[in-house]
Ligand binder design. Structure first.
Ligand code: GDP
Ligand code: IMO
Ligand code: MG
Length: 431
């Protein structure tokens, strides 16, 4: 049994997403009985490689690849039923069993509707280079309607077809007027939308459950629960690099409201960080390397979006930003991923502070105006050569790689317990 799961655990991102949360959740899920997603939607893309075969999930928790795990989609997730059923159908074809026995969907989760996708895309297209660079999956507009309340539709609403019909009619007819006026968008046919979602409702019904109660009962029975974060602390709507963030509470702080569980349920907070930094879409990125180093990292790390295939922006490790994410989320252990990608570089740079208006700053401030002016202050460490993907013990790594990992854990303030040296499930070192 992996001791990190004792007292339950959460796996959360420490940077701007795509840190390899999927890989680590899959690795730890070997000993978990329940895996739960608590935030975001199909903007997430979590990849897993099992015996050389690559799988990517957007909505399904990664525990789906472990036969004895019950997977929960919490109320904090925004669910696009089209994506969910596509994902289920594709995995069923590949022989991954999915049924109401191993997948539970919260009746409180909110639904992504066609008008949300349309609004997200129209807003981004109109803004051009001034946009956020969203995934256009309708995420922001769905959360906005959740807060608006009268214009939202939840999973539970799918189970009452008559009420659903009048609700869809009212909401879509109104939204058509708004979107036509603002973006010249073509109208969405409310009747077709109703028919589509009525059919989704009939298919999703057996999966719909009280996820919060399931998790509370599981905790009482001492079942091992793993919470699967999507996105990351620096994309959190409150604590990230606002407004260049996603629209949910995707740091560890969102687990409790996003699943309907009390904080005492989670003892271990496992932060995932790449050995360098990446980000997709717009927003400040002080250590970005828009040069040969960035290109080297992108190609070796295959840094192209799992959801949108967009090339990810790449740069040096930012210890100031990660130290902030560690403190914010109460991280108790870290998994460092993609260490193998850095092999072959002569030297490595780590950002240990910023210079802002001529002053040295050691604390991260999630404020655009500060970050845009922040000049990174680097510490340089020697690189290493050779392929490290076959190493299975920390001591087998080149001395310089060990030194790099040890320096990072000192700088960010939490122990690095897992080192990932390749995408495959097996390419993992426990320290
Ligand atoms: P997530 O969103 O945090 O789950 O991360 P993604 O799956 O979007 O992106 C991480 C990418 O890195 C995926 O393609 C993984 O297969 C891959 N990956 C994860 N860990 C490692 C590693 O240690 N080495 C290498 N080379 N690839 C890794
Ligand atoms: P995972 O779970 C990386 C980014 C988008 C964009 C911003 C807002 O795979 O780590 P949105 O569509 O959410 O409104 O876009 O947030 N973003 C991610 N970047 N990984 C993710 O998820 C992301 N989810 C959202 O690129 O900049
Ligand atoms: Mg991803």
């Amino acid at each position: 049994m992996n001791y990190l799961l004792e007292g339950n655990a959460a796996v959360v991102g420490l940077q701007w997403g795509d840190e390899g949360k999927g890989k680590i959740v899959d690795y730890l899920a070997e000993n978990a009985e329940v895996v739960a997603r608590y935030c975001g939607g199909a903007n997430a893309g979590h990849s897993v490689r099992i015996n050389g075969v690559k799988y990517a999930t957007h909505l399904l928790p990664v525990g789906i690849f472990r036969p004895n795990v019950v997977n929960c989609i919490g109320n904090g997730v925004v669910l696009d039923p089209a994506v969910l059923f596509h994902e289920i159908d594709e995995f069923l074809k590949l022989g991954v069993p999915i049924s109401p026995a191993n997948l539970k969907v919260s009746y409180k989760a909110h639904l992504v509707m066609p008008h949300h996708m349309q609004e997200d895309a129209a807003r981004e297209n109109k803004a051009g280079a001034g946009g956020i660079g969203t995934t256009k999956r309708g995420i922001g507009p769905t959360y906005a309607d959740k807060m608006q309340r009268t214009t939202a539709i939840r999973v539970a609403d799918l189970l009452h077809e008559d009420k659903l019909k009048s609700r869809v009619e009212r909401i879509v007819v109104d939204r058509n007027k708004q979107l036509a006026a603002m973006y010249d968008s073509p109208p969405i046919d409310w009747k077709a939308t109703y028919g589509l979602y009525r059919d989704y409702g009939r298919r999703i019904a057996p999966f719909v459950d009280d996820v919060g109660q399931i998790l509370i009962d599981a905790a009482r029975e001492r079942k091992r629960i793993l919470f699967e974060g999507a996105h990351a602390a620096l994309l959190d709507v409150d604590h990230g690099t606002y407004p260049y963030v996603t629209s949910s509470s995707c740091s560890a702080l969102g687990i409790f409201s996003g699943c309907g569980v009390p904080p005492a349920i989670v003892r271990n907070y496992i932060g995932i960080m790449k050995a360098y930094s990446t980000r997709v879409g717009g927003g400040p990125f002080p250590t970005e390397q828009d040069n040969d180093t960035g290109n080297y990292i992108r190609e070796r790390g295959n840094e192209y979006g799992t959801t949108t295939r967009r090339p990810r922006r790449c740069g040096w490790f930012d210890a100031v930003a990660v130290k902030y994410s560690v403190a914010l989320q109460g991280i108790t252990a870290i998994a460092i991923t993609l260490l193998d990608v850095l092999s072959g570089l002569d030297h490595l740079q780590i950002c240990t502070g910023y210079r802002v208006n001529g002053q040295r700053v050691d604390l991260f401030r999630a404020d655009m105006d500060v970050l845009e002016d922040a000049q990174p202050i680097y510490e340089t460490l020697p690189g290493w050569r050779g392929n490290i993907t076959t190493c299975r013990r920390f001591e087998e790594l080149p001395r310089e790689a060990q030194q790099y990992v040890k320096r990072l854990e000192t700088l960010v303030g939490a122990p690095i317990k897992i080192v990932s040296v390749g995408p495959d499930r097996s390419a993992t070192i426990m320290r």
